[in-house]
Design a protein around this ligand. Structure first.
Ligand SMILES: C[S@@+](CC[C@H](N)C(=O)[O-])C[C@H]1O[C@@H](n2cnc3c(N)ncnc32)[C@H](O)[C@@H]1O
Length: 510
């Protein structure tokens, strides 16, 4: 049998793109082990893997069936015919694979229903789906849940719905998927429907050390769902070590007295749906204020082509572009060290050859521009910049997005280092950072707000509003950042509550 190694994201860009297009991320054996144990605990005779790939679930199911003396027939699907050959070189034979059909599981599903389904769906994001695929998926979702699902849902979301539809009454589904399935804009509709129709038995999360997909930028979760009357509570489990033994007992209904490799919490659906199924249980503390009470948030500037529009001061000078047509800007999160960004830092970036000037000729007609700038723009046009995706929607094509310089910047995608940065350099950020505009402009107010935002307790709350990625990274979108809870005692200690009272008058219970 050929050993299956941990899959890593290929270094080569084309290979990486191909992988993202087909969504072929393989489940490790130890994870397949406990997923299969959950699905097979009622001793069914059929098991379906709707996206077989190299056959990891079939192999785990065969092992389980042998140990537990189970007569099991394996059924499968995959769109990729090469997968059958691949599966045959990894420990499965033609008999194991005789019920595997080549075809699309979501849009052309099997007619039978199954008592056990185990799946790792193709992870394909919505912008990689064609318009006709999207339309068919939308129709399928509407027919299934009676409502539209936000168009930003990826293929793996519809795959889950199809898996649930293919589940026999009483049957069990174990589904491994990226956390965005319960963090995306569509998540609320999706999970309210699922948990009103099916019984959510468990959600398994993984600590960084136990991630099923090391090196892939994904926070994976396993959902264990039964086609039974919904229950009010479920087990929320964190797996802290890549070992299946305790999870196998837990998920096949044999609870242990003590766990060493997993942490188990019992949660109510009501709490978990409002906190988010991928997030740890919310503490009882509810915070009265959110960032949006004190500031508004916008994304940074999307130039459409940083190489052309974002220059070092030296390069701008060589090209003859006057400083009056340049805006001081910061282009990369790692160009900002620490939490305070000053003019000296901008100079240091210039010394290191990093760009700090954004070309902005808005408000001037082409004829009014210095000849050197006209020449530079014509060069850009000759290179076809005016035809680029974002740029071609602008009139004229070199018109730049504008932002007032935000007093506070937010580095929104970080491996545990998402942070608020006091912008004392007057820069505008490109898309790598978010702009935070306090509702009062005076320095004292801005500094007090920044202090509250930078506090570890506030930073800890980012998990409640952000999307999680591999290695503990989180990404927070502008609207979500406005929902960031600010701890009451910090707001009070910073003396912001006076201001807050004007935006949120006290209630009867204050
Ligand atoms: C993430 S891989 C998982 C494979 C395997 N079950 C595992 O866990 O390692 C997803 C598989 O789905 C297949 N696939 C892609 N689109 C599909 C579709 N519409 N229907 C069925 N399978 C599909 C891919 O070819 C790939 O083999």
């Amino acid at each position: 049998m050929r050993p299956i190694c941990h899959q890593r994201l290929p270094k080569d860009r084309c290979e990486r793109e191909a992988l993202r297009q087909t969504g072929q991320f393989w489940t490790p054996d130890w994870v397949a082990e406990f997923m299969v144990a959950y699905a097979l605990q009622d001793r069914p005779t059929w098991l379906l893997d709707p996206s077989v790939g190299t056959g990891v679930f079939f192999r785990a199911a065969k092992r389980y069936a042998a140990v537990n003396r189970l007569e099991l027939t394996l059924f499968g699907r995959d769109v990729d015919p090469d997968m059958l050959a691949h599966a045959q070189t990894s420990g499965l034979d033609a008999t194991d694979l005789r019920h595997v059909e080549i075809g699309d599981f979501v849009l052309n599903p099997p007619s039978e229903k199954f008592p056990a389904i185990v799946a790792n769906p193709p992870y394909i994001r919505h912008h990689r789906l064609s318009a006709s695929q999207k339309a068919s998926l939308r129709d399928f979702a509407r027919a299934t849940i009676g409502r539209d699902i936000d168009g930003r849902a990826g293929f793996h979301v519809y795959f889950l719905l199809r898996s649930l539809c293919a589940l026999k009454s009483g049957g069990r589904l174990a589904y491994i998927v990226s956390a965005d399935i319960c963090e995306g804009v569509f998540a609320d509709t999706l999970w309210k429907w699922i948990t009103s129709q099916y019984k959510l038995d468990a959600v398994i999360t993984f600590s960084t050390d136990a991630t099923p997909f090391p090196g892939v930028d994904t926070n994976a979760l396993v959902f264990c769902i039964q086609n039974e009357r919904p229950a009010e509570r479920f087990a929320w489990v964190t797996c802290t070590c890549p070992d299946a033994a305790e999870l196998v007992s837990l998920l096949s209904g044999r609870k242990l007295q003590e766990y060493k490799t997993v942490e188990v919490y019992e949660r109510t659906l009501v709490e978990a749906l409002s906190t988010g199924l991928s997030r740890a249980p919310a503490q009882a503390v509810t915070n009265r204020y959110t960032l949006g009470d004190f500031a508004s948030v916008m994304r940074g500037i999307a130039t459409g082509d940083n190489d052309f529009f974002f220059l070092t001061r030296r390069r701008a000078k060589e090209l003859g572009i006057p400083e009056s047509l340049l805006v001081k800007a910061v282009g990369r999160m790692r160009d900002i060290v620490g939490e305070d960004f000053s003019n000296e830092d901008v100079e240091r970036l210039e010394d290191r050859g990093r760009p700090t000037r954004l070309l902005n000729v808005n408000g001037l007609s082409f004829d009014q521009l210095p000849v050197a700038v006209q020449k530079y723009l014509k060069e850009g046009e000759a290179r076809g910049l005016d035809k680029k995706t974002l740029i071609r929607t602008r009139k004229p094509w070199y018109r730049m997005e504008t932002r007032k310089s935000p007093p506070i910047l937010f580095a929104y995608l970080g491996r545990r280092n998402a942070r608020f940065i006091r912008n004392r350099a007057g820069v505008v950020p490109l898309t790598c950072l978010l702009c935070v505009y306090p509702k009062q402009a005076d320095t004292a107010f801005v500094d007090r707000l920044w202090k509250v935002l930078s506090h570890p307790q506030t930073i800890g709350n980012l998990r409640a509003v952000g999307k999680s990625y591999g290695g503990g990274a989180i990404k927070v979108e502008p609207r979500a950042l406005e929902r960031l809870p600010l701890p009451d005692e910090l707001v009070r200690a910073a003396g912001l509550d006076d201001y807050a009272k004007t935006v949120k008058p006290p209630t009867l219970f204050d």
